[in-house]
Design a protein. Structure first.
Length: 364
């Protein structure tokens, strides 16, 4: 196992190795260490450590590309903070405190994400491979690390002229330029992060389950069924957040992306209309206002309502069925070809044996 105190200096930034569902759950952490003659990329799963060594003399480029993942998370945190803040005004004092605390947590996450700066994806390019550097996922940190590595790389390779730098950049990025004085670069295929689509599959499956639960709600008045429906909506909302973040840097087609964003619009509309329905009951029924301090009494009352007596409630159930079922079917139908294409794309870019990989065991 490497002794970083003697041989390496830890570089700023930390991140997680991205890929399929297994890697997401395993939470494999990634850090960068600067050695005397090479850069060390360390992956730590808690039980094992994997190392990849990149000699400064072999590094052709470190490429950063700004992403919109941070903006997506800002929108999500803002929506959840606003939702729980609004929800606190419709409940009793005890429940309101809980909802305000949850809203405050989402606001803290929003503020933290903003202060960390724009997100990015960073790759290290050698003559034989391109490796993602997960720890450099914020533009500010990536630029800081690049500036620290620049003198080490120049010491190993020497300095080059501007013309040679342009020629190397053209060779590395695959952007052919016109022979006349550095003309505009021709378009090149975008590099995507591997993603198997399992989060999207879970999302679309739960949308189908949500449609079935809404259909059952029309004919069955049950508090347990209503609680299951609420849990489903929360789970769908969480999966949508993860799906939007996953699909941003993937090779997912426009159709699948549209279905995911449409699912977000559906959830927002359902929350808004359900809130409006509850507020209408609060205004038109004094007994609802009297039960504001008893959360379970409100749940029991809402569960006892029949959609055949409340036209707007019937509309909500029908709206849920009409939206969630087609979204689930369309999503699963489009996801199949994408997953097959992703498997082919992954096999066509195998891991290069030229990368020097060291594996060690962490007994702790």
């Amino acid at each position: 196992m490497v002794n970083p105190k003697k041989e390496y200096h830890r570089l700023p930034g930390r991140g997680r190795k991205r890929g399929g569902f297994v890697l997401t759950v395993a939470r494999i952490r990634a850090r960068l260490w600067a050695g005397k003659d090479h850069l060390l990329l360390a992956y730590n799963s808690g039980y094992t450590e994997d190392y990849k060594r990149f000699y400064y003399r072999d590094i052709q480029a470190i490429l950063t590309r700004k992403t919109g993942r941070g903006v997506v998370w800002n929108i999500v945190f803002s929506l959840f903070a606003s939702f729980f803040a609004a929800l606190s005004s419709t409940t009793g004092k005890d429940a309101a405190v809980v909802f305000w605390v949850i809203a405050g947590l989402f606001f803290v996450l929003l503020l933290t994400n903003i202060l960390r700066g724009p997100t990015c994806i960073t790759h290290l390019q050698t003559a034989v491979s391109r490796e993602e550097l997960p720890s450099l996922n914020r533009l500010r940190k990536a630029n800081k690390v690049i500036e620290r590595l620049r003198p080490l790389i120049e010491a190993a390779q020497g300095t080059i002229s501007r013309e040679e730098m342009r020629a190397r950049a053209t060779a590395v990025t695959g952007l052919p330029r016109s022979e006349s004085q550095g003309g505009p670069a021709a378009p090149v295929a975008k590099a995507f992060t591997p993603y198997g689509g399992r989060i999207h599959a879970a999302l679309f499956f739960l949308l189908l389950v949500d449609g079935a639960a809404s259909a059952a709600d029309i004919f069955i008045t049950s508090m347990a069924l209503d609680l299951v429906g609420s849990a489903l909506m929360m789970a769908i909302g969480i999966l949508i957040i993860i799906s939007l973040a996953k699909q941003h840097d993937s090779g997912m087609g426009k159709g699948l992306r549209t279905v995911t964003w449409s699912s977000l619009a559906y959830v927002i509309l359902m929350f808004a209309m359900s809130y409006a329905f509850f507020m209408s009951l609060f205004v038109t029924n004094p007994e609802v206002a009297q039960k504001m301090n008893d959360q379970w009494a409100i749940y029991r009352m809402m569960s006892s309502l029949s959609p055949f007596d409340k036209p707007f409630l019937m509309f909500l159930y029908i709206f849920s069925i009409v939206c969630s079922v087609p979204l689930g079917i369309a999503g699963l139908a489009l996801l199949g070809p994408f997953r097959r294409e992703e498997r082919v794309r992954t096999r066509s870019h195998p891991f290069s044996a030229s990368d020097q990989v060291e594996r060690g065991r962490n007994e702790g």
